[in-house]
Design a protein around this ligand. Structure first.
Ligand code: GDP
Ligand code: MG
Length: 329
C-alpha cells in the first residue's frame, strides 16, 4: 500500500503530461498553474515533456511599457493563424490587455484570439512568481511547445536581467521601440543589441518614428547582433493598431527562422542557450538548498560569529561546500 501511495504523484504527473501531449487544454492549464505556483512535482512532468518541445518556434517580444507589444503580439498571432499555424502566447506584463489593462479596441481583437482553439493565451500578472520570473516563463513556453503549438510568442516588459534571460531561451527576439521615448532609447540601447534579432519601431504613424529608426540604425551599425553570426538585425516599422507592417514582420520572423535552420552556428546558439538554461537551474536549486541548509539556531550562531568577526565568511562558505550539504538528497 505504501508503495502505491508514493507512486501516485508520479502517475498523476504522467497523466497530466499525456494530457498535454494529446492537446487537452485542461491538463495544460493545470500544469501551468503548478509551474507558476512553484510546485516541485511539476518538475517530473517537465522532464518527461522536454523531448517533445523542440518543434515550436519561440518568439520573444520585449520593449518598454506602452510601446504596443500586446497589440503587436495579437496582430502577429492573428497573422500566424491566417497562415494556419497554431499559436501559444505567454504575456508577462502586469498592464497587459491579456490581464485586463486594455482599451476596448484591443480587447475586441484579443477576444477573437480567445475564441480560437488554435490559440492558447496565458498571462502572468505578477512578476514575483515563485521560482523566478525567467524560469517560470521558460517552463510555460516549454509546456506550450509540448502542447503542440507551432509558434510561441512571449511578451515581456523592458530589457532587464529577466528579459535577457528569457530572450536567450527564445529562437527569435523582437525588441520594440516607439517614438517619444526620449532618453529611454538609451535605456533600451544597453540591452538591445545583446538580444535583438529584429528591431521593431511600432507606432510608425506617430511623429518622430523616422528619428527612432535613424537612431537604431546608428546603434546597429556600431555593434553586431547576438553572437555575431552573420545575421544583420533589420529595423522594421509597424502600426500595430491597424496591422500595418505586421504581415511583413511575420515574414521577417520566418526569414530569421530559416536563417537559424540553415546557419551552422544555430547549433552552437542552441547549445549555448542550453548551457545558460542548465546554469540557471543549477543556480536556482543551489539557492533553494542553501536556504534549507542554513536555517535554524545553530546557523544563526554561525552567522553571528561572522558578523562579530570571530569567523570569516570565506571559511564558513568553504565548509558548507566541503560538507556536500548542498547536494540534493
Ligand atoms: N498610434 C498608435 N498607437 C498604438 C500602436 N500600437 C499600439 N498602440 C496603442 O498603445 C497603447 C499601448 O498598447 P499595448 O499593446 O498595451 O502596449 P504594451 O504595454 O507595450 O503591451 C494602446 O492604447 C494601443 O492601442 C500604434 O502602432 N500606433
Ligand atoms: Mg502589454
Amino acid at each position: 500500500l505504501a508503495e502505491v501511495q508514493t507512486a501516485r504523484p508520479t502517475a498523476s504527473a504522467d497523466q497530466l503530461a499525456d494530457g498535454v501531449l494529446r492537446g487537452e487544454r485542461r491538463a495544460l492549464g493545470r500544469l501551468m498553474s503548478a509551474v507558476e505556483n512553484g510546485r516541485t512535482d511539476a518538475r517530473a512532468t517537465l522532464k518527461r515533456l522536454y523531448a517533445h518541445t523542440g518543434r515550436a518556434h519561440v518568439v520573444g517580444i520585449t520593449g518598454p511599457p506602452g510601446s504596443g507589444k500586446s497589440t503587436l503580439t495579437t496582430g502577429v498571432a492573428a497573422e500566424y493563424r491566417r497562415r494556419e499555424r497554431t499559436v501559444g502566447i505567454v504575456a508577462v506584463d502586469p498592464s497587459s490587455p491579456f490581464t485586463g489593462g486594455a482599451i476596448l479596441g484591443d480587447r475586441v481583437r484579443m477576444m477573437e484570439l480567445h475564441g480560437d482553439p488554435g490559440v492558447f493565451v496565458r498571462s502572468m500578472a505578477t512578476r514575483g512568481t515563485l521560482g523566478g520570473l525567467a524560469r517560470t516563463t521558460t517552463d510555460l513556453v516549454l509546456l506550450l511547445a509540448a502542447f503542440g503549438k507551432d509558434v510561441v510568442l512571449v511578451e515581456t516588459v523592458g530589457v532587464g536581467q529577466d528579459e535577457v534571460e528569457i530572450a536567450h531561451s527564445a529562437d527569435t527576439t523582437l525588441v520594440v521601440g516607439v517614438p517619444g521615448l526620449g532618453d529611454d532609447i538609451q535605456t533600451i540601447k544597453a540591452g538591445v543589441l545583446e538580444i535583438a534579432d529584429i528591431l521593431v519601431v511600432n507606432k510608425a504613424d506617430l511623429d518622430g518614428a523616422q528619428r527612432v529608426v535613424g537612431d537604431l540604425r546608428g546603434m546597429v551599425r556600431l555593434a553586431p547582433g547576438p553572437l555575431d553570426d552573420g545575421w544583420s538585425v533589420p529595423i522594421h516599422e509597424t502600426v500595430a493598431t491597424t496591422d500595418s507592417g505586421v504581415a511583413a514582420l511575420v515574414d521577417r520572423i520566418e526569414h530569421h527562422r530559416a536563417f537559424l535552420e540553415r546557419s551552422a552556428r544555430s547549433h552552437g546558439r542552441r547549445a549555448e542557450n542550453a548551457r545558460r538554461q542548465v546554469h540557471a537551474i543549477v543556480q536556482a536549486r543551489l539557492a533553494e538548498r542553501f536556504a534549507e541548509v542554513v536555517s535554524g539556531p545553530a546557523w544563526t550562531t554561525r552567522f553571528g560569529a561572522v558578523a562579530e568577526r570571530t569567523q570569516d565568511p570565506y571559511t564558513l562558505a568553504e565548509k558548507i561546500l566541503a560538507s556536500r550539504a548542498l547536494l540534493p538528497d
